[in-house]
Design a protein around this ligand. Structure first.
Ligand SMILES: *Cc1c(COP(=O)(O)O)cnc(C)c1O
Length: 396
């Protein structure tokens, strides 16, 4: 089976973890701090806060933004459920903004219309989570302008987008988003097994994120309300969590980060090669978002299902049976039973739903060979049998 994604682990990664294992610290310690500094530097961000996974990162980013009961968070329906669930953890309500039919990212035109209506209704969102789908930022310039106009906090869910850039600056640098969240899950760009990081340029947010990550407890005398009782003293200032990353994970992360440019370069080369090899087939390729340079976490195509002899589902199954580990990103979040229970229904976000009826994620990861990619394209091509009569009948 050629998987849709796969981690890349070398001897240097194993050595890095062993080194931490033999040191004085296993849980969050000096290696986490070094990893945070390295990611902040790579992304040109002021502050980076490592967490145990990106879902926890989204949760504390929302809390740091002040999201709570009675508030609204908006996001794209074309994402992993974590992009929406973070609001529910805070007791806030979720709503969605439909996607651009070409980039498959949250559509700023739909956002603008929805904001105008929400302003009239007195229901403006407090937080917007803009997902960098497949590794490519949304139209962050337009979204950030709307954030300024309507006063919401802009969080970029960049789980797919470490190593990407937008408007000539790295994703995570804080030029457009107030906070950016990365994931280091094994299928993502680099891995720490489980892991994530929140980046920001605002010191108050960074301080809040650090407290929330670690029980709401501080050992910093500057932050304390009372005078110290002695060297053992710490204070719990707010209700926080244990969302820490371990030094073992950070050791792996540092070693992976050293190969980030190579990983992204290979992903970009494979994406360019897919675009070439798939030309002329009855499918749509990913469209470039102006100003974005994707990290290519995913390579998604949309089948021209109306012209094909077999259904989207049959083609998907046939590819899996042929050893091609295709996947589907994403089932629209609003159609999940949990969200349907909360009032959403089929038809609410038609672009995301139409996309879902056609999308297939093809295998893409740094260790994939050209030969494996040729195999994927050959097996896919076999499945795409066009019905010319149907087109002619429709035109008659
Ligand atoms: C993977 C992913 C997450 C969650 O990341 P974890 O580190 O697994 O918690 C959040 N958002 C998106 C878009 C993702 O793809």
């Amino acid at each position: 089976m050629i998987p849709y994604s796969r981690q890349n682990i070398e001897q240097s990664d194993i050595d890095a973890v062993l080194e931490v294992l033999q040191s004085d610290w296993l849980t969050q310690g000096p290696t986490v701090e070094r990893f945070e500094q390295a990611v902040a530097q790579r992304c040109a961000a002021g502050y980076a806060v490592a967490v145990c996974n990106a879902t926890a990162g989204l949760h504390i980013a929302c809390l740091a933004a002040g999201l709570g009961e009675g508030d609204w968070l908006w996001t794209s329906p074309n994402s992993f459920v974590a992009s929406a669930n973070c609001a529910r953890y805070c007791g806030a309500e979720v709503d969605f903004v439909d996607i651009d039919p070409l980039t498959w990212n949250l559509d700023p035109r739909a956002l603008k219309v929805k904001l105008q209506q929400a302003e009239r209704d007195g229901r403006l969102p407090k937080v917007l989570v803009a997902v960098a789908f497949a590794g490519q930022s949304a139209d962050m310039r337009a979204i950030a302008a709307l954030a300024k106009r309507y006063g919401f906090v802009l969080i970029e869910d960049a789980a797919h987008a470490l190593g990407a850039s937008y408007a000539g600056v790295p994703v995570g640098c804080g030029e457009f988003a107030d906070m950016t969240v990365f994931s280091f899950h094994p299928v993502k760009i680099i891995t720490t097994a489980e892991g994530g990081m929140v980046l920001t340029n605002r010191p108050q947010l960074a301080e809040r994120l650090r407290l929330l990550r670690s029980h709401g407890v501080t050992r910093d005398p500057q932050q304390m309300l009372d005078a110290s009782h002695g060297d053992w003293y710490y204070e719990q200032l707010i209700l926080g969590f244990n969302y820490r990353m371990t030094d073992l994970q950070a050791g792996l992360g540092l070693s992976q980060l050293a190969r980030l440019e190579r990983f992204v370069e290979r992903r970009r080369a494979l994406a360019a090669r897919y675009a070439q090899l798939l030309q002329g087939l009855p499918l749509s390729l990913p469209s470039a978002q102006p100003e974005a340079n994707s990290a290519w976490h995913l390579y998604v195509v949309r089948l021209h299902t109306e012209r094909l002899a077999t259904s989207h589902r049959q083609i998907f199954q046939a590819l899996r049976q042929a050893g091609i580990g295709v996947n589907l990103h994403y089932i629209p979040i609003h159609l999940q039973p949990y969200y349907r229970e909360r009032g959403f229904a089929l038809g609410d976000f038609p672009e995301a739903e139409h996309y879902y009826s056609q999308a297939i994620s093809l295998p893409l990861y740094p260790g994939m060979s050209d030969a494996q990619q040729d195999e994927v394209v050959a097996r896919l091509s076999e499945q795409l049998v066009v019905l010319p009569q149907r087109q002619e009948a429709a035109n008659a």
